[in-house]
Design a protein around this ligand. Sequence first.
Ligand code: BMA
Length: 297
Amino acid sequence: MKRFVHNPILEPIKSHSWENNSVFNAAAIYSSGQVHIVYRAQGTDMVSRLGLAISNDGLNITERLDAPIFTPIHHAERDGCEDPRLTLMGDECIMAYTAYRNHDFPIIFQISLTTINLKDFVNRDWNWKERMLPFPGVRNKDAVILPGKVDGKYVMFHRIEPSICISYSEDLKRWYDFKSIMEPRDKMWDSVKIGAAGTPIELNEGYLFIYHGVDEKKHYSLGAALLDKTNPEKVLYRSEKPILTPCEQYECVGDVPNVVFSCGNVQLDDEVIIYYGGADSVLCGASYELNELLPKK
Ligand code: BMA
């Protein structure tokens, strides 16, 4: 991947108490000619809230809001709303995120889902709908909704350690049929645990699915997989080597060292832009030409 030359693209703002510690893992959608980047921010209290930054070209940040656009309200997320992933389906924008509370033992993090009308999102009318816990009390994270239904059902990828699972739903509320579709691979860059990165991208060849993998040294890298379009449980291809692995200073030094972690990507023409957190501290970007990312025939 080609890292943006001006990485990191977002850094904490000292005068904003909600984002003065770290700004990292971000969702991204392309709409109305702009990339909308919804990033995770931590301030003095270390509670994760979500902020919004806009880019006209995907590379440069043109605007950044002063206040968070999404904050914890629910008992299950009182210590943070983490790692958002956004999926656009028609005029509905679905957000999956990790609801976190650290007052229990074992610590509970679980998936939460909510939706917002695209028009409201773009107009910044933050009418987020009901927040739903699809698997109440189950330690579960890295959820993302596929940007297309399969047999009339919504499809969710999520991570029950250490694997990537799939589940289906008719209404986003009740989820069923969950099973593991991708497992860690022994002695490789993704040997300990794996989870979804950003929203899968629909291509002629299948769904391009970028995911993260953790190795024995606790290094977080990104890799690519290709999923069958009509049956996304079927993994057609999985990269042997990571497509991005921590090596720059802003990826190796920070709140959690040696981490590149992505929750969002957009396709602009023939290029995929991936937004990723560096060392759980700053937000970065990298890009790939699509024809380089796809397996050669
Ligand atoms: C994962 C998530 C991410 C984080 C990563 C590295 O489990 O919590 O938010 O970026 O660990 O610390």
